[in-house]
Write a protein that binds this ligand. Structure first.
Ligand SMILES: C[S@@+](CC[C@H](N)C(=O)[O-])C[C@H]1O[C@@H](n2cnc3c(N)ncnc32)[C@H](O)[C@@H]1O
Length: 302
């Protein structure tokens, strides 16, 4: 049943949506956010006594995210809008939980249906991170867990003369990367725990890979600093803080048996990367929302 809300608190609206979802969808009418520009969530939408509460559109997209629902395109109805929330299919996860090892992210797997470069959060933060790095005109770049090389596109826009070495244990993904980024770039099939002999690099990229099952993130980072990077090198490490379900991006790292995002493992990892990199003379920044980016650049070079 569609219900209209005007001055009621958000908690009441959430209760109504939750109980309506037994049918798979909940429809509500709320004040049109365009009538209250500049007002804050819950503030009266105008000076008139008894005015409805203003809530910006973001409140409704955030609510859909937190309740793991799909928000359909709002329908304007004069000074109200109609919002329809429907349940996501919890089994429609992008990544196949049953698959472990090299096949999980291979071309044709669910992983390739979602492009990072279509997410404003990643695109903008990664570009900012590249600008924070201190790089020569033609940097030698090492990308660990490179897969098909999506993150190399923004890098090459920023530094077109980069010469990239990509490492992954998925040979099929590397074949795609080779066709997208021909020589002088090189792609090597190897396990991150047993890397071949490599020259030293000016930039390390490691996006969404350090916390993969079977990867010892601390050992990989130590090895990179000690054996693979020049002392003035920069690093960008990406750690996902989201997951895709049924076409929607849900914020926050999830743990089994937790209804809400549980961030302790992610924060522990990021805190270690930051401290370790600071101990090795880097200025470290942690940015991002759905994807946390740890960016490190040598102190004193800028
Ligand atoms: C989540 S994907 C990230 C791919 C890419 N960096 C991106 O962000 O689109 C993780 C990648 O790391 C690779 N990977 C995971 N564990 C690995 C290991 N032990 N050795 C080498 N590659 C590994 C996977 O094959 C996959 O391509």
């Amino acid at each position: 049943m569609t219900r209209s809300f005007s001055c009621e608190p958000l908690a009441e609206i959430i209760g109504h949506i939750r109980s309506g979802l037994t049918t798979g969808r909940a429809v509500i009418r709320v004040p049109n956010p365009d009538a209250g520009h500049g007002r804050y969530p819950g503030e009266p939408a105008s000076e008139h006594p008894g005015a409805a509460r203003h809530r910006p559109l973001r409140v409704w997209t955030d609510l859909a995210d937190r309740l793991e629902l799909r928000l359909h395109t709002p329908v304007p109805l004069g000074d109200m809008i109609e919002l329809c929330f429907t349940q996501l299919d919890p089994d429609a996860e992008l990544l196949d939980r049953g698959v472990r090892g090299p096949g999980k992210y291979t071309p044709g797997s669910g992983f390739h249906r979602a492009s990072k470069l279509e997410e404003p959060d990643f695109l903008i933060d990664f570009d900012d991170a590249l600008h924070r790095c201190v790089l020569p005109e033609a940097p030698r770049v090492l990308s660990l867990g490179v897969n098909t090389g999506d993150e190399l596109r923004p890098l090459l826009e920023h530094r077109p003369k980069s010469v990239i070495t990509g490492i992954d244990h998925d040979e099929r993904a590397l074949d795609v990367a080779r066709s997208r980024f021909p020589s002088p770039h090189a792609f090597v099939c190897a396990d991150l725990g047993d890397l071949p002999e490599l020259p030293r690099f000016d930039l390390l990229l490691c996006i969404d890979t350090l916390q993969s099952p079977g990867v010892d993130d601390r050992a990989v980072l130590r090895h990179a600093i000690q054996e693979l990077l020049v002392p003035t090198a920069s690093l960008i490490l990406g750690v996902p803080n989201c997951r895709y379900v049924d076409g929607e991006l849900l914020h926050g790292a999830r743990m089994v048996n937790f209804r809400q995002p549980e961030l302790s493992l992610l924060l522990k990892g990021v805190a270690f990367y930051k401290k370790y990199l600071q101990q090795h003379g880097k200025r470290v920044f942690v940015t991002g929302k759905h994807e946390l980016l740890v960016t490190a650049a040598a102190i004193g070079l800028r």
